[in-house]
Structures are given as C-alpha cells and as structure tokens.
Design a protein around this ligand. Structure first.
Ligand SMILES: CC(C)(COP(=O)(O)OP(=O)(O)OC[C@H]1O[C@@H](n2cnc3c(N)ncnc32)[C@H](O)[C@@H]1OP(=O)(O)O)[C@@H](O)C(=O)NCCC(=O)NCCS
Length: 333
C-alpha cells in the first residue's frame, strides 16, 4: 500500500454578512405572529445575518476561504482540491466550488459541491480527507456556505425564524504525523425520512400548477417537532459513539464539542442525555441562527480565534439535517 498521510487542519476562516436581523424584525417588519421572547425561549436565537445585495453563498464562501488560506499561510495556487458544501448554490451549474476556484485564482484543480444539508460540511470534510490522506492532494480547501434566508417562506413562523446566512472554511494539509488533524469520521443517511426537511428545486419531477414564475417552488419546508426529536436522538448517539471512538484511539475524550448550531433546547437536551459537560460546548446560534452547512465551520473558526479551543485540543464536530443526514468528525487541532 502506498503511503498514507495525516490530515492536519492548518487554517480556518469565516464570513458573515453585515446585516443583522433581530427577532423583533420578524414580528415588526415581516408582520409575523411571533415575538422576541418566543423565539429566544424556544430556540435560543436572538439574531441572525441576512446576505445583502451582491452577496451569495459563493461570494461568502470565497471570502471565508480567503481567511482560511491566510490563517494557513498559503497562497491560492497551493490548493490542490476545492470542495464546497451547500444546498443554496448560486447556480444549478456550475458548482459553487468552481466559482470559488475562479474568484480565488486557484490552479485548474478538482472543484465540486457536496449536498448534504446541515451535515454538508462534515460530508465535504470527509471527501477532502480521503484525497489528503492518500496523497492525491497536499492542501485541500473545504467550504460550507449558505444563503438559506433566500429559500425561506417568511410567512411560515415555524421555520423562517431559525435560519441565517454565512460561510466557513478550513484548509486541510498532508502531514507525515498520523495522530493529528482529522482522526475519525462518521457519516449516515436515512432518505426514507426525506419529507421532514425539504427545499424543492426548480428542477422538480412535478411541474407546478398555474402559470410559470407565479408559483415559487424553492421554499424550505420542515416538520419542526419531528426534526427536533430526530436531532436530539442523533446528537446523543453521535456524542456517545465519539466517546467510544476517542477511547479506542487512546484519547480521554473530546475536549470540546462543536455541534451544528440548530437550537439551544436541542443541544441542551442532548447534552443532558449524553452526560456531556455544558461548559465544553461551543454555541453561537444566539447570534447567527442555523446557517446549515456553514454552522460548524463558522463555530470552529470563532472558537479558534477566541481561544475557546487551542492547538492540541481534540474537538468533536457533530451535524445533522435534511436527508435525513447525520455526521461527526473527531479532529485534533
Ligand atoms: C420549530 C420549533 C422551534 C418549534 O418549537 P416547538 O417548541 O416544537 O413548538 P411547536 O411546534 O410544538 O409549536 C408550539 C406552538 O407554537 C407556535 N409557534 C411556532 N412557531 C412560532 C413562532 N415563531 N412564534 C410564535 N409561535 C410559534 C405553533 O404554531 C404552536 O402553536 P399551537 O400550539 O397553537 O399549535 C422546534 O420544533 C424546532 O426547533 N425544531 C427543529 C427544527 C430545526 O432545527 N430544523 C433544522 C434542522 S437542521
């Protein structure tokens, strides 16, 4: 067998749109039957960011990628692979990854998108890890970027209050040291529960009734309570499995947990069931809401930049969402 490499995380970056939308804005500007108090107590979210004119998942992703490259001390031409996780790409074709390749001025390297909803970043991380582990890429860029606010039905108070826009990115680099960086990955899916969260696309098997263009097809639809139960159950399982995986690798356990930033109540319920200490969990959903594929890399970048986690720490990244999909990664920084 040819040589395998360690997959070190050498840089992180993020980019959030400047426009802050508070809970009160939903009730006032959007004339929605809700309140700041309801949203805060049921979700933990206080505000989120909305992409502005000219901002898309590709532009936010490219900006996050630039920060990650700077943190890694690499020029764009050092990158051998670009994988972007998104369910809100600028275009059906070409991929966001290609738009980011052009925007950054990377070489003519493989660039493609991965679609796994809120698990997307960890799915993309897994793909890039295989390239770096086997020596097919020396440095890989992994981006999670979304503008889900463009796909939300602002008349649906169950779902529109939950989401925000943003992008996060990491650089993975090959190293001869095997026990650093991405140590373990677990990815799962259950398509039989696809109807629980859907963003219908314009390329749909059933044409919409009525004249074209009058019927919007691409609003996010979600069964909130069922998704809530799914999220708590899978989050508990993933944390408990990761503790076993850590022990098998000779680690005491994850030092820090960075869960998908979904809902404070979901996170709290899972922590209690799994017996994981709350003070070792990174949460920023109060400021950004649920940014889908961007949520984990944005939280990781902030945690590193604020010293919430440090080089040497073993971090557990956990995500779950549409598909249904769920996933985890154990990463030693
Ligand atoms: C959507 C969610 C916040 C709703 O919270 P909940 O505590 O489960 O609330 P319920 O669905 O039980 O609804 C309770 C009541 O609040 C109402 N309600 C829902 N959204 C509301 C809002 N924004 N403001 C005020 N009232 C609201 C409901 O209509 C319902 O009213 P009713 O009792 O008169 O029918 C919650 O289920 C959730 O977070 N689910 C997971 C969704 C998610 O994270 N999806 C992405 C996964 S990646």
């Amino acid at each position: 067998m040819s040589q395998l490499y360690g997959v070190a995380l050498t840089g992180t970056g993020s980019c959030l749109p400047a426009r802050v939308v508070t809970n009160d804005e939903f009730a006032e500007a959007l004339n929605l039957d809700t309140s700041d108090e309801w949203i805060r107590t049921r979700t933990g979210i206080r505000e989120r960011r909305f992409a502005g004119v000219g901002e898309t998942s590709a532009t936010l992703g490219a900006a996050a990628a630039r920060h990650a490259l700077a943190a890694a001390g690499l020029a764009p031409d050092a990158i051998d692979l670009i994988v972007c996780a998104t369910v809100t790409p600028d275009l059906m074709c070409p991929s966001n990854a290609c738009l980011i390749q052009a925007e950054l001025g990377c070489r003519h390297v493989p660039a493609f998108d991965v679609s796994a909803a809120c698990s997307g970043f960890l799915y993309a991380l897994s793909v890039a890890t295989q390239f770096v582990r086997t020596g097919a890429a020396r440095h890989a860029l992994v981006v999670g970027a979304e503008v889900l606010t463009r796909a939300m039905d602002v008349t649906d108070r169950n779902s529109c209050i939950l989401f925000g826009d943003g992008a996060g990115a990491v650089v993975l680099s090959a190293t001869p040291v095997l026990n650093v960086g991405v140590r373990n990955l677990r990815l799962y899916s259950d398509g039989s529960r696809q109807e629980l969260i859907q963003v219908p696309s314009r390329v749909t098997p059933v044409p919409p009734p009525g004249p074209p263009m009058l019927q919007r097809l691409d609003y996010l639809r979600m069964s909130g309570r069922e998704v809530y139960r799914f999220a708590v159950t899978r989050l508990v399982e993933l944390i408990q499995q990761a503790e076993v995986d850590c022990r098998e690798m000779g680690l005491a356990g994850p030092d820090v947990l960075i869960p998908h930033q979904v809902n404070q109540r979901i996170i709290d319920a899972a922590l209690e069931d799994a017996g994981f200490p709350k003070d070792r969990v990174v949460v920023n959903l109060d400021r950004y809401g649920n940014t889908s594929a961007a949520s984990v890399p944005v939280a990781l970048d902030e945690a590193l930049r604020t010293g919430r986690c440090r080089p040497g720490d073993t971090v557990l990244l956990v995500a779950f969402g549409g598909g249904l999909t769920w996933s985890s990664a154990i990463v030693t920084l």
